[in-house]
Design a binder for this molecule. Sequence first.
Ligand code: HEC
Ligand code: HEC
Ligand code: HEC
Ligand code: HEC
Ligand code: HEC
Ligand code: HEC
Ligand code: HEC
Ligand code: HEC
Ligand code: HEC
Ligand code: HEC
Ligand code: HEC
Length: 547
Amino acid sequence: MSREYRAILVLAIVAILQSPTVAQIKGSPHDLSALSAGDACSFCHTPHSTSLQTPGWSRQLSTAVYKIYQSSSLDARPGQPTGASKMCLSCHDGTVALTHTGRSGPSGTYITPGEANLGTDLSDDHPISFVYSDSLSAKDPQIRPPATLPQELALDRSGELQCTTCHTAHDNRYGAFLVMSNQRSAMCTSCHDLDGWVGSAHENALVLVSGTHDQYLRGSTYATVADNGCLCCHRPHSAGGDERLLHFEKSEDNCLSCHDGTVAATDIRSQILRSSRHNVAAYSDIHDLKELPTASARHVECVDCHNPHAMQSATNRPPVIPGSMQKVTGVTASGSMTQQAQYEYEVCFKCHADSPSRIGSTITRQITQTNVRLEFDPSAPSFHPVVSPGVNKHVPSLISPKTVASVIYCTDCHNSSTESGPRGPHGSDYFPLLAFNYETSDFTSESEFAYELCYRCHSRNSILADESFPEHREHLDQEIPCSACHDAHGISSVQGTTTNNSHLINFDTAIVSRDPSTERLEYVDQGVLRGECYLSCHGKNHSPEGY
Ligand code: HEC
Ligand code: HEC
Ligand code: HEC
Ligand code: HEC
Ligand code: HEC
Ligand code: HEC
Ligand code: HEC
Ligand code: HEC
Ligand code: HEC
Ligand code: HEC
Ligand code: HEC
């Protein structure tokens, strides 16, 4: 270092020591003057610096090799810490004594184990020491262009984001030495422009964060969900789940910590404990934000159906996607991936359609199909009207306002069994995740309750009065369930025909078998309200029986 340069430095440091910074550090967690003789600045600065890192820097830097943050959605390429971050880490990685400056040796007090000690594993901390450039924001439209950042959030001379972009060592007026207030996520949203965040349920929730939540929002001075914002679910350091910096390692815990009837009004935790459920607790470390439904192992998490940044409370009309599922990925009726599902069923199709890890059928049918997309396809010989209005123009049992032009949600049938409880296919007392009871075993005596699910939309009186199939009542009296004849979804056009599989006819082979004389198991549609059956059921052979 040249003589002149050193002289300028000394002058600069003298100026520093007289600046208002002194007053701001006094009494803050960075006032280490109690540790040894010296002023509040000397742990970090000295007029006689031997370090060439930064003018006036007094501390020994750490030689640690760090584990750095990574995730499948990260576009930035952070490397080993550089620049000012190395200065912060010279105390905060816990490997260098707080007093290890140019003046004093390596031994002494280290930073206390705990939250302020980030350790050398930075994979659970907000990424640092990468170039935050226009090309990064071009790659990731949810990252604002660096030129639009407020002046408080300064990148270093190399355009890198450092600890010192978010923090200042000197001024603790916003808490956690932040450079600006993060109330209502003001700091996070200065850089992150999350699609759907503004106006979302969480951005807006003026609900108090209380009880156990204080524990993980430790250090927060804010009272409401809205004020804590991103930090309701994320933490910039020592995150539980490293990837995406969430409080908890298990994905669903990041939601259930509030949606258990404590902070949020809806208790989803008790829903997912029911006998039939989307068992989010059974899976961990499988879901990935960037996953392809056709390539991921079987799993389900809250965030498979909800975008944590964009959910709203509004309901919608089928098949349009409800508010709580805004901006979730999906698979369309034609089987292609979409970044933003427009219809509710597109979300379900991610896992229950072409996915190789989809679950099997609950009923043994003449025609087996586990790809629900094919079952509900508008080209199918018959189907419940989920993707498009149905094919039958004569369905006298429909209860107003439902008509043959109606479209329904998967969740009209698959939903919570507590009618007053939170909506959604989280859990139910009725297998498989049905909103209402639906008996499928042979020898079920007909009642309002036995087929409650169907009777929500189809009038029981109409069915029992034989307004369409003239033998409905007879079969129901014989204790034959609806499911012996009807498939609740539809029959794919790949397998079924309009002659044999109209009216959702797809026999349950545990109840119905081949007619011994004709060797046939078949329904034959013969036009409006006419048809015949070849089969054997309850010991009676139809060889055939017509109506
Ligand atoms: C806990 C460590 C620490 C303490 C204590 C500390 N500083 Fe700093 N200071 C830093 C770091 C780190 C930088 C470099 C910031 C950067 O590069 O963005 C810095 C930079 C500076 C700068 C350059 C301008 C700026 O803000 O970047 C001044 C002036 C300064 N410090 C003054 C002081 C004074 C005066 C004191 C004592 C009252 C003091 N500092 C105490 C860590 C500290
Ligand atoms: C000389 C060592 C030293 C350096 C260098 C240092 N810190 Fe600290 N810092 C501490 C100590 C000690 C504490 C108090 C820890 C505790 O409470 O256990 C602390 C506390 C903090 C806190 C918590 C404040 C609070 O309100 O609880 C933050 C945030 C922080 N430091 C950030 C930084 C950043 C950013 C840098 C670099 C610009 C930095 N520190 C540099 C020693 C240092
Ligand atoms: C993107 C912004 C950002 C960056 C970069 C960042 N921090 Fe933080 N840091 C925060 C916020 C926000 C908090 C307050 C967290 C809270 O209130 O829960 C915080 C809190 C802390 C704390 C207090 C302990 C804790 O876990 O709450 C320390 C210590 C700290 N930061 C040090 C650092 C160091 C050292 C670096 C660089 C290696 C760094 N920070 C980089 C945003 C950042
Ligand atoms: C100064 C700008 C800045 C601030 C402030 C900031 N971030 Fe970031 N953050 C970034 C950039 C840039 C990335 C890298 C994005 C990428 O590569 O896709 C990032 C990455 C992340 C990631 C990892 C993303 C992934 O795909 O793995 C999370 C999570 C995150 N930030 C959350 C936060 C939270 C929460 C806050 C507020 C406490 C915050 N950030 C504040 C700029 C910022
Ligand atoms: C309700 C909880 C919750 C809130 C509030 C929240 N996040 Fe997230 N965030 C998550 C979860 C969960 C993921 C991971 C989603 C996944 O794995 O599918 C995530 C992912 C991310 C990612 C990584 C990928 C991406 O591009 O979507 C970033 C960046 C991020 N959040 C930043 C933020 C910021 C900034 C805020 C505040 C403006 C915020 N989050 C608010 C829960 C939340
Ligand atoms: C810090 C507490 C908290 C966390 C964590 C949290 N939420 Fe929420 N959530 C709320 C509050 C408060 C509302 C507003 C409605 C209310 O008061 O219940 C809300 C609203 C919602 C809504 C809109 C529908 C409604 O009830 O109004 C959905 C859907 C939702 N949250 C799902 C999630 C999911 C999924 C996660 C995890 C990724 C999550 N939440 C994490 C507190 C939280
Ligand atoms: C991310 C994948 C995924 C998505 C999206 C998904 N499911 Fe599932 N679903 C599963 C898995 C896995 C199971 C098996 C039960 C379990 O392990 O939790 C299941 C089980 C079911 C069951 C049977 C429950 C039982 O008790 O056997 C029904 C019914 C169901 N899902 C309906 C739906 C509906 C309706 C939607 C759309 C609103 C949907 N699913 C979206 C993965 C998914
Ligand atoms: C009209 C009511 C109804 C609608 C609408 C409906 N389901 Fe079902 N679903 C059922 C019934 C009843 C069962 C039980 C099996 C049966 O009766 O065939 C079932 C079974 C299932 C199963 C368990 C596996 C199986 O095939 O048995 C899954 C998964 C499922 N449905 C997903 C969906 C999805 C996804 C949608 C929307 C695309 C949907 N369902 C729409 C009534 C319905
Ligand atoms: C298989 C998809 C799926 C999964 C998994 C899922 N949800 Fe839902 N959730 C839904 C649907 C569909 C709705 C109802 C939307 C509507 O009708 O408005 C819903 C509604 C909600 C609501 C609003 C309830 C109300 O009555 O306002 C909350 C809160 C919620 N979910 C939270 C969660 C949480 C927390 C998890 C994880 C434990 C989770 N969800 C898992 C699909 C899902
Ligand atoms: C949410 C309302 C709803 C529920 C619940 C419901 N359906 Fe339907 N169903 C409809 C509508 C709407 C149509 C008219 C479709 C059409 O025009 O083809 C229909 C049509 C039918 C048809 C005639 C299909 C055809 O192509 O001829 C049968 C059979 C049927 N439903 C049986 C059932 C059974 C069995 C159940 C109970 C598992 C049930 N439905 C539950 C709404 C519902
Ligand atoms: C023995 C077989 C069988 C059983 C059991 C059965 N159905 Fe049907 N159902 C049919 C046939 C065949 C048709 C078609 C009649 C036609 O249009 O030619 C039909 C038509 C229907 C239709 C469409 C026309 C209408 O009435 O609106 C509905 C809805 C329906 N059934 C509901 C049910 C329900 C609900 C149950 C159980 C409570 C049930 N079915 C039990 C054979 C059966």
